[in-house]
Design a protein around this ligand. Sequence first.
Ligand code: GCU
Length: 664
Amino acid sequence: MSLKKRFLYLFFMLPSLVSAEDGSQLWLRYVPVEEHIAKQRQISLANNHESALLAKQELNRYWRGTSISMHLDKKAKALKEGYQIKSDVSGIRLTAAEPIGLLYGAFHLLRLQGAKVNMQNLNIEEIPDYDIRILNHWDNLDRTVERGYAGYSLWRWDELPNTLSPRYEQYARANASIGINATVLNNVNASPQILTSNYIQKVKALADIFRKYGIKVYLSANFSSPKVLDGLSDSDPSRKEVQDWWKTKVKEIYQHIPDFGGFLVKANSEGQPGPQDHGRTHADGANMLADALKPYGGIVMWRAFVYNPSEQDRAKQAYQEFVPLDGQFRDNVIIQIKNGPIDFQPREPFTPLFGAMKHTAQMIEFQITQEYLGFSNHLAYLAPLFKETLDSDTYARGKGSTVACITDGSIFSAKRTAISAVANIGEDTNWTGHHFAQANWYAFGRLAWNHQLSSEEIADEWISQTFTDNRDFAKPIRQMMMDSREAVVDYMMPLGLHHIFAFGHHYGPEPWGDVEGGRPDWMPWYYHNADTVGVGFDRTTTGSNAVSQYNEPLRSTFNSIETCPENLLLWFHHVPWTHRMKNGHSLWEELCFHYDRGVQEVRQFQKTWDKLEQYVDEQRFSEIQSKLKVQAKDAVWWKDACLLYFQTFSKTPIPYELERPIHE
Ligand code: GCU
């Protein structure tokens, strides 16, 4: 390092020098307060609940401001797990209804301190938008992680319950710092083994660590568990023996984990067993589990991710299966719906099931792990994607019925509300594989707490806590983050294209992919339908008619090629190559421009990053630089592969002003 660089490094990075630079500290890089400062202020708390004590501990260690008094006010029920922060000359008063609210409030104060906010006249009230803010781990019991790109699972099942990795507590603290209060430990493609007595002991060990951080444990349950684990003749939910099996199992779980949250279930989906195997409905299956959990306050999150190879457009199937069941689910069942109707694509319209079941609680499932966004190799800040869905208007009760309002209970009242996301966390030192992927974990937590926050605000918070708040760094990095998801859409699947990934691993492009005898709905051509006339999936009233699942005015807007938003054009229409886009380009030219723009943007990210070397420690600088190189290479791969393939149909040259595929 040059002398100048060394100086600048010391100057800007002094706070983070006290912490590891391998990313293991996430956004929790508070600098311990010096003793003489600590002596000048008091952190008082008249309560010894373990979560409240943790709040005190965080503030004792890191708070450099005036005195803070913490209070529990049981009457302030409306705050739920939230808190109030008020300050005057005498100091700061932090009030919560629940002990965990004090811990959330403590982290809020530390965020304010990091952002150098004036603490003199604080008058803050925070109430979480969702009751349950939950991560879904797709972790298998052999420690592989389905669609996980950050190493093996954090859960060391072979060592549990006797050996407890320090990372369990670090994980819980990180989640608490952003308000996440629940976790599903195992894959939705669930091994029945998780419900054996042996594993329940292991789960208990984790639950015991997480509890004081306000985190409840849930498990994915395999619907065939009664048959597989205890040899019942089948797992038909209408049979008393099966119902009793679940009741006994649930009782056993609660004996060990009194605050167990409940089950997440993937049933009759992608080969998983479910009630339909026995001629029963999703409601029959979900209700049986709900009845077993009810006496203990547990819930069932029943997934709506269902589709089968059939004449029906895959995008329509969840709606078709679930809407007729509206009103039949118990009040401790929530239907968990992916944000889009296909599967976590770089861009999808929202799933039309949101708002379509007026008597059934619904929750959203996002994916933080980047299964379809370049794994942990590509920088893609996902807050804009999450916000795009949450802010989408379903028109279920007229204008303003956004997905956020449908799911947070403000339109159709719900007993409890929830929001979930598939985690991107693994055993990697930096937790998420890509340092910037930490921002997506962070963003999910912050939006689950407050869906009104903007992507920019969340990025600013994350950048200043994770790197530095120096404007010369924070501003261009925020821009890079804000542009990053759209760049991925551009170089992978612009204009509403979707699911043209390589079969199975979903990393690279394979629009030409075809497997003899394979399921058509797993083949890319099923989705892009390219031919000499044009490209795209006709979901209009004269096509698959998926548009009809949306409320007006969306139905008509999506149905017309003239009014359909161009970023979803090929999702809803089979569009002629010669179609004139709003900017005058033909569809083919526009496709080329988008692919090229994606590539150029990633190159710009590289330049932005390289210029900021002086503000970043060496390790994270070079690790991120390497990832950006991979991303830039992949972006070119995507562009060339897709354009050369689609050109075999469009039979038109790639515009000469664009970077053209180079054949070696
Ligand atoms: C996708 C993903 C699978 C996953 C499934 C699900 O299809 O590729 O790995 O199991 O979603 O959400 O259930």
